[in-house]
Design a protein around this ligand. Structure first.
Ligand SMILES: *Cc1c(COP(=O)(O)O)cnc(C)c1O
Length: 717
């Protein structure tokens, strides 16, 4: 062990103990199952989940919690599995794949120290509700890619007990929210202990009180994620609430979350004995961590300017928010109410601290913004698509008032998605058969990707049809349950069992119902929509899902309006709204649809990632040319809509009509044109074009590689 590892108290021992304890619940030969359970890599390894499902398929489906499954399994059942040769052989194979080549994480970061990746949400698995949407999915995918690539990286976030809200629509289509407590102590994660057998805590002065946070550790292949949790008996009840819910409506409570994530996160790393070589702020929520790192330098006697320079030299920042309102700012009084005592302890003049978070230093009337703070304390910054890079440079140019917009030092790294998570197993198997299993490691510019053009049409179509059929089955089951639980009429419930048809062109629209995503465009031309849905020659069916933020009343009205159409004949059978959009549902949707709609108002889609997931599965995109699609669309790999500049009403009119025109006159005829053998050959050519142009390029592996080369590597010269 290196001296560095001896000094750490990073929870490795707690994980080992937890695995040993869980292993005792099963016959000794099944011990590797316990180790797999405590490594969330199982979440994207179908062979690992198959091992758990074999224990009790029903319980696995309901909980998807391998720790709980092993604890609750009947001993006789486990003994029977241990006696099965094939099961044991598969267990050994999976365990070897998991752990044989696993680098010792301590060795991995014994060199320069890992990158500490701070984010307010992480989407790792549907049963761990610490994410709300795209930002969390991106962060989760990046951690998974870092594990695949053995890149030393550590995630830091918050352990929201109640996570993001659960959605329920009432029979009139109004959204209601409720929250469920997640039993963290039953998940395959551990609470980090201290050296004396107690619980490791860090404390941050927030609102004048010392708020203590404990730290959960989640292992994900070669990567670890640490989550701060203030729900402790020794905290004031108000402070226990800080890490309760994601994106709470009250801005002052959000401010306490940002303080805990940033300052608490930096303190937690120190307590764990982890010395990051670089901090990556993924969005500005953790920007207050910059003050804490400044404090460390000031305490060591460094001057203020040198301390700021030192923090900057070891921080990079990714911005995701092209809407000014999304970049939160707080009045000095609001920040003082939360962090006044903390600032007292920081040996620096207040105005200098404030100025770091201002667009215009010295303007005492200006509040403090988390994005300016992140930008001023980072050596490099980036947006998340080429288009968003341009938008971000224009938006933050005031910080570099001596520079032209084009020279503002904000670049871009276009988002990508984790293939192992988002490409459905049948699609992965298809590529394995025709490209060889090596394709997962090919770089984006590898010419071997051209092999996609040679995929046999019949096999590709069979795969697509199977994925669509699985979605139809899923939509039926979910709709029956949704309708029953909201108290719909028995007739309407009965219809749910007959919704959709597995041969029909299936269109999807699912994402957060934020106003800029313009879900309402789907109901803007009711007569044309109805004609489309009533057509029997070339039918279409539409699946919709998405949560509206509890405070977003416009979005809730949109949901209500969409829902109001359910009484119209045909609509009930051809249109389905699925409640409670989450990670698990997203995989069903993005892999099953033929066409994915994306209608953000440009330039408000920083990147968008769900269209990438669709393309990974052989679906096609019909999207406004914004975010990632404005760099991915090549005229042949889907459909693009060029929104006219100017008046929002005119934009809506144009885009709503363009969607219908394209579906009616291009998408439908192409999908239903069948040649010899009943195959839609020209449709499949477009699918192959999409696979060829998108699969190699828009992956989390490519994204991580770019971060590593362009952002993490120390600047030269
Ligand atoms: C991929 C994903 C998103 C991102 O959606 P975009 O509209 O593409 O930004 C949001 N929520 C879930 C559950 C996802 O899987």
């Amino acid at each position: 062990m290196s001296p560095k590892t001896l000094g750490r108290n990073d929870g490795s021992r707690d994980v080992a103990n937890a695995i040993a304890e869980l292993a005792q619940q099963a016959p000794a030969t099944l011990a590797p199952l316990a180790a797999i359970a405590y490594d969330y890599r199982w979440a994207w390894e179908p062979r690992a989940t198959a091992l758990f499902a074999a224990i009790d398929p029903e319980m696995w489906r309901r909980t998807t919690n391998p720790r709980h499954l092993i604890e609750a399994a009947a001993p006789r059942r486990l003994a029977a599995l241990a006696a099965r040769t094939e099961y044991m052989a598969e267990l050994r194979a999976v365990s070897d794949a998991f752990f044989a080549g696993a680098a010792d994480p301590a060795a991995a970061d014994a060199g320069a120290g890992p990158v500490a990746y701070f984010c307010s949400e992480f989407a790792i698995h549907a049963a761990l509700p610490i994410y709300g949407g795209g930002l969390g999915v991106l962060a989760g995918d990046l951690l998974k890619a870092a594990s695949d690539a053995a890149l030393p990286l550590i995630g830091v976030g918050l352990a929201y007990r109640q996570g993001y809200f659960q959605q329920r629509l009432d029979p009139d289509g109004w959204q209601h929210e409720y929250w469920v407590d997640c039993a963290f102590d039953r998940l395959p994660i551990v609470r980090v202990g201290d050296r004396d057998g107690g619980v490791l805590t860090v404390s941050v002065p927030i609102r004048g009180r010392d708020v203590r946070a404990q730290v959960w550790r989640l292992d994900l292949g070669r990567v670890r994620l640490y989550l701060l949790d203030t729900d402790r008996d020794d905290n004031d009840p108000v402070d226990r609430w800080i890490t309760s819910r994601l994106y709470v409506g009250d801005r002052r409570t959000r401010l306490t979350q940002y303080a805990m994530l940033g300052i608490g996160g930096v303190r937690a790393l120190a307590a764990l004995g982890i010395e990051p070589s670089l901090v990556h702020l993924n969005e500005g929520h953790a920007a207050f961590g910059g003050y804490e790192r400044l404090r460390e330098h000031l305490r060591a006697g460094t001057s203020f300017d040198d301390a700021v320079a030192a923090v900057r030299a070891a921080t990079i920042f990714t911005t995701h928010t092209p809407v000014p309102a999304g970049n939160e700012a707080y009045g000095v009084d609001e920040v003082e109410a939360v962090l006044g005592r903390y600032f007292d302890d920081l040996a620096a003049p207040r105005e200098r601290l404030y100025d770091l978070a201002r667009l215009r230093p010295g303007d005492s009337g200006e509040g403090l913004g988390i994005t300016p703070l992140a930008l001023r304390t980072s050596r490099a910054a980036n947006g998340v698509s080429r288009r968003h890079g341009e938008v971000a440079r224009a938006m933050w140019q005031p910080l570099w008032s001596d520079r032209a917009v084009d020279d503002v030092p904000i670049g871009h790294v276009t988002n990508g998605v984790h293939v192992g998570t988002w490409m459905a197993p049948p699609m992965q198997a298809l590529l394995d058969r025709h490209l060889g299993s090596d394709w997962r490691r090919w770089r984006a510019d590898d010419a071997r990707w051209d092999g996609i053009a040679a995929l046999p049409d019949a096999e590709l179509w069979a795969t697509r049809s199977a994925l669509r059929a699985a979605l139809v089955e899923y939509a039926r089951t979910r709709s029956v349950l949704d309708r029953l639980s909201r108290g719909d009429t028995p007739e309407y419930v009965a219809q749910a069992a007959e919704v959709f048809d597995e041969k029909v062109l299936t269109i999807g629209f699912a994402r957060r119902v934020a106003t800029y995503k313009r879900l309402y465009l789907l109901v803007r031309c009711p007569e044309r929509n109805l004609r489309l849905l009533a057509d029997v020659d070339m039918p279409v069916q539409l699946v919709i899902a998405g949560k509206a933020h509890p405070q977003d009343h416009d979005a809730k009205n949109t949901l209500h309006a969409i829902f109001g159409a359910k009484a119209i004949p045909n609509v009930g059978r051809r249109v389905v709204f699925l409640e409670n959009y989450d990670l698990a549902m997203a995989l069903r949707l993005v892999s099953g649809v033929d066409l994915w709609l994306n209608l953000p108002r440009p330039p408000l889609e920083a990147s968008g990632t769900s269209g990438m997931k669709v393309a990974m599965n052989g679906g096609l995109n019909l999207s406004v040319l914004d975010g990632w699609w404005s760099e991915a669309f090549d005229g042949e790999n889907g459909w693009g809509i060029a929104t006219p500049e100017g008046d929002p009403q005119a934009q809506d009119d144009h885009d709503a009509a363009a969607v219908l025109d394209l579906i009616e006159h291009e998408v439908r005829p192409l999908f239903y044109e069948r040649t010899a053998g009943g195959l839609p050959v020209r449709w499949l050519a477009r699918v192959k074009r999409a696979l060829r142009t998108i699969v190699p390029q828009f992956t989390a592996a490519r994204m991580l590689h770019e971060y590593d080369e362009r952002m993490y590597a120390p600047p030269t010269g």
